[in-house]
Design a protein around this ligand. Sequence first.
Ligand code: FHN
Length: 680
Amino acid sequence: MHRIVMVLCMLLTLTPAGAQDPQPDVDDRMQWWREARFGLFIHWGLYSILEGEYAGNPNHAEWIRTTAQIPVEEYDRLLERFNPVRFDADAWCEMAADAGMRYIVITTKHHDGFCLFDSKVSDFDVMSTPFQRDIMKELSEAARRHGLRIGWYHSIMDWHHPDYLPRRGWEEASRPADGADFSRFVEYLHAQVRELLTNYGPIDIMWFDGEWERTWTAELGNELYAMCREISPETIINNRVSKGRAGMAGLTREGNFAGDFGTPEQEVPEGGLPGVDWESCITMNRHWGWNRADTDWKSSNELIRLLVDIASKGGNLLLNVGPRPDGTFPEEAVARLRRIGDWMDLNGEAIYGTQAGPFRDLPFGRCTMRPVGDTTTLYLHVFDWPDDGTLTVPGLGSSVRDAHVLAGSRVRPLSHRRVGGDIVLDGLPSAPVHPASTTIALVVDGAPIVYETPEIEAPSDIFVHELRVRARVSGDDLEVRYTLDGSDPDSTSPLADGDIIIDDTTTLRAATFHDGRRVSAIAERSFEKVEPWARVAARRTAPGLIRTRYDGSFDRLPDFSDLTPAGVANVQDLSLGEFSRRERVALVFEGYLMIPGDDLYRFALRSDDGSRLIIDGRVVVDNDGLHAPIERTGSAPLARGLHRIRVEWFNKTGGADLHLGMARGDGPIEDIRTQALRHE
Ligand code: FHN
């Protein structure tokens, strides 16, 4: 019986569309999107007029109203300057189609609240500018003329509507929230989404954003999702409609969070995620909106490899362009789109409608695949072209029917032979077809059989007493055998068929076996038995921690020794309390953590924005940076008794979050008991 190797995927679950939808409905409406693999993201609006520069600072973009703290009255005057006379929807769509893109997602309204469409419920729209043309109308019609699908990006967060809450901290005084009614804002949001889904023909995607602030809830998100479903059943909706997005990693946390696909941002999930729909949105340079000073453009070859990498993991790439104030695309973007299109002309079949390849990693590049009848075509994307005319495909157990290089009409056949658990291809041309990536099509019988190197799973590489470790590979009739004495595993080595208990410093070496024969490389991982960090002596202690506040605008955790405290308090735990709504603030929590027994302890620190956990003066978790709520973990071997603990945190603007959990040994991560927190 053939085995399909399920590529080990990140321990993430995706709640399919609005959990109430039966899967078949989702599969039907997602089909075109799964085939498409590649779309164009467009960030355009009033902010584009400023080209990223304000008061001598050239590093702004679509957030400029907030990052430059521009008063709303001043920002509104940009309406008079919005007149992109060179905007040509057909030219945009032609460039996207020629690049091999299958859909476009454009900002109908970004966080600044300006609407690029003719809205009957707002005057802060394109009809209040000299341009007076409905951009969504022109673009949706042009897209269909060019065979493209059309999607609307729409921000929930709105820095202009009087009923949106919260206000930006810096403008609370100048733009008070008196009389603001968030439920009235929700009605406004619904009214505009209804306009967008009913006034412009069939809309293929609703791409929500700006969902992270505390006023927007999962309940409101699920309601908005349901409304979109009702108005336009065929429209697919991203996971930012609700509250399920796990930070910039973008995939959907477990729970009842609506959304048809995950939305990693500026990153690509580590491994393939079989059965999960996700799309990475990524900029060509460093900004979403146009920034004239940003010359840090990714090369065309980097962007081609990015598309290949994402497709090889079963995802879509939404590649961004930030048009200039006059409505044209930057020359750098035009050139990149053209070169990507040249590559797609030759290799599109290895991207469109393919699935994640069956290999966890390949030394020479990536792999996408497509089942075809009783065979599977494996598309090997070779980044590093061999100079000896041969290419080894490691661990491929399948029978090969055909192998050839994709080179347009110049298809070039290759010979192939089996060497142990590998397939070796011969007769490769001396030069690659394309410097970014050359595709070799390998047709194999049935579903691919891949002998993966075992994955060695362990909660940590260090331990105090013992560690439970697993060495696993997917596949019905594959075995994993291992050694702990540094020797190579062979057919007589112990089977890894459950927990392997490690109770001394050692290196575990494991390999995959099939019919008594080793068919994979050897995986190895070392584990060290360590002494726990000694407890610290403390004078009399009392419950709780000491929290010190520092006011300021930070992009990273500051050096607190340079700052003057703005307030000190005794607190019960790490709850943010009033600070969950504060901007431009940093907090330091200090005291002791009571540890119940000698062991290895794992810590999970989640925050928005940055944070850091320090125990006995050593950094155990570093979660610094400007980001939405994301969690990072770390571990420390601790002796029974008191240990000095320090948690640093800051929030610049928008949502705020801080949470610390801990686990003993390989137990579950749990909230820290307040009784375990002490201070002198
Ligand atoms: O804040 C926005 C940002 O401006 C941009 O629109 C990105 C694109 O996905 N989304 C938000 C940040 O996650």
